[in-house]
Design a protein around this ligand. Structure first.
Ligand SMILES: *[C@@H]1O[C@H](CO)[C@@H](O)[C@H](O)[C@H]1NC(C)=O
Ligand SMILES: *[C@@H]1O[C@H](CO)[C@@H](O)[C@H](O)[C@H]1NC(C)=O
Length: 441
């Protein structure tokens, strides 16, 4: 059994007053010397929620043949309408985001990016105004390099101009891709320059980066630095509409959790890519797994699906208030895997108020539902249920699992490739002093 133990909180031992003061002084000094921790644009204090066209609609530019599915202002206006009428906005999904393939093949006479005139005849500022009139925000896409991934004009050499253009249109979020970036130094400088250029526009624009994704093959990303420039960032490959892809992203995230989980927090998040729930490739149980684990990972929840025709089950899952609340937990700590073998995985995420979100994932791809039993002592490094906790199941269905203590075990039934999402809660009444036992190891 592979056990992965990320950094844990440890209770402080008592020390002399002088030692304590010295420590405090050192801490203050360190804090004073340390540069700003997150991008200071006041945005993305919680993981952003919204919709992004890429995984479902890709680069369909042929509106004559595919009027209903091409990347056009009509698609985004319809999606905005549905986001309001079908409760998505009220559930928290706020950013309606355009990905690659919105541009005309060349810049305009003044050198500015321009939308494809056939597919976006009203222009982006009109679209932004429409989206804003619905109480939503508009996201757009550009690329740090010479060309976007689909071959449209890149922003290299035009960061200031492009940032100013987006701001003048009323754009609220920029997804900045990294195709055709040139050298590593140009990649890093480009992401920083665009961050500064966005700031200088004076408009609040969420900044989504793919900097570590393109940097990692060449050099280990410095997440402290990335968080100073970006509101969220992609680390790994594009998501596909398949269980294979979801598994792969989860495996990568668990393998690199010591690198990436600690840095996440208000203002800066790891982005494991879009939610593909409501499409074709995931079973009902696999959709539950994606939703549960994206909540555990404090991931931006950017759906890529067709909200005009989504099935009620997928809609209920994506709009589940309690799962969204876990994703949006104000403590802003990213969860991590605490246990894995060939049959199941256990993930946890510390929540505000002392509780934990727990995901029990059944990795077996044969057989039927499995009853998985484990000790509460493993949760929260022994602290989650010490001395007692309430446990509630949230997905796939809501169920009370009752009051537990540090020495109890509990069972959940999980379908193959499915996940049980649970939540622990510290009981209201304060335990009497002296009843706390140290966790067993
Ligand atoms: C620009 O950055 C400064 C601090 O670095 C911050 O106070 C300000 O709010 C930022 N402005 C925008 C529009 O992001
Ligand atoms: C990472 O970046 C931070 C902030 O710029 C810097 O202080 C730190 O030295 C860097 N770490 C490494 C290993 O380069």
């Amino acid at each position: 059994m592979a056990q992965q133990q990320p950094e844990r909180r440890r209770g402080g031992g008592g020390g002399g007053l002088a030692l304590l003061l010295l420590l405090l002084l050192l801490l203050l000094l360190a804090a004073a010397l340390r540069p700003a921790e997150a991008l200071e644009n006041g945005l993305a204090r919680r993981p952003p929620l919204g919709w992004l066209h890429w995984e479902r609609f890709l680069c369909q530019t042929d509106c004559a043949r595919e009027p209903h599915r091409c990347v056009s202002e009509q698609l985004f206006m319809q999606m905005a309408d549905v986001m309001v009428s079908e409760g998505w906005r009220d559930a928290g999904y706020e950013y309606l985001c355009i990905d690659d393939c919105w541009m005309a093949p060349t810049r305009d006479k003044q050198g500015r990016l321009q939308p494809d005139p056939k597919r976006f005849p009203s222009g982006i500022s009109k679209l932004a105004a429409y989206v804003h009139s619905k109480g939503l925000k508009l996201g757009i896409y550009a690329d740090v390099g010479s060309k976007t991934c689909a071959g449209f004009p890149g922003s290299k050499g035009n960061y200031k101009l492009d940032a100013d253009t987006f701001a003048s249109w009323g754009v609220d979020l920029l997804k900045f891709d990294g195709c055709n970036f040139g050298t590593l130094a140009q990649l890093v400088k480009g992401y920083k320059d665009m961050s500064r250029a966005l700031n200088e526009t004076g408009r609040s624009i969420v900044y989504s980066c793919e900097w570590p994704l393109y940097q990692r093959p060449l050099q280990k990303p410095n997440y402290t630095e990335i968080k100073q420039y970006c509101n969220y960032w992609r680390n790994y490959e594009d998501v596909y509409d398949s269980w294979c892809s979801i598994k792969d992203i989860l495996d990568w995230s668990a393998l690199h959790q010591d690198d990436i989980a600690e840095i996440a927090g208000p203002g800066g998040w790891n982005d494991p890519d879009m939610l593909v729930i409501g499409n074709f490739g995931l079973s009902r149980d696999q959709q539950v797994t994606q939703m549960a684990l994206w909540a555990i990972m404090a991931a931006p929840l950017l759906m890529s699906n067709d909200l005009r025709s989504i099935c009620p089950q997928a809609k209920a899952l994506l709009q589940n208030k309690e799962v969204i609340a876990i994703n949006q937990d104000p403590l802003g700590k990213q969860g991590y895997r605490i246990l894995a073998d060939h049959k199941f995985e256990l993930w946890e995420r510390p929540l505000s108020g002392g509780g934990y979100a727990i995901a029990v994932l059944n990795r077996q791809e044969m057989g039927g539902p499995q009853t998985i039993t484990f000790s509460t002592a493993i949760l929260g490094n022994g602290l989650a249920c010490n001395p007692t906790c309430w446990i509630q199941q949230i997905l796939p269905t809501k169920r009370e699992l009752g009051l537990h203590n540090w020495a109890s075990a509990f069972k959940v039934l999980v379908n193959p490739t499915g996940t049980a999402l649970l939540k622990t809660k510290v009981p209201e009444e304060k335990p009497a002093a002296g009843t706390r036992r140290p966790p067993e190891h």
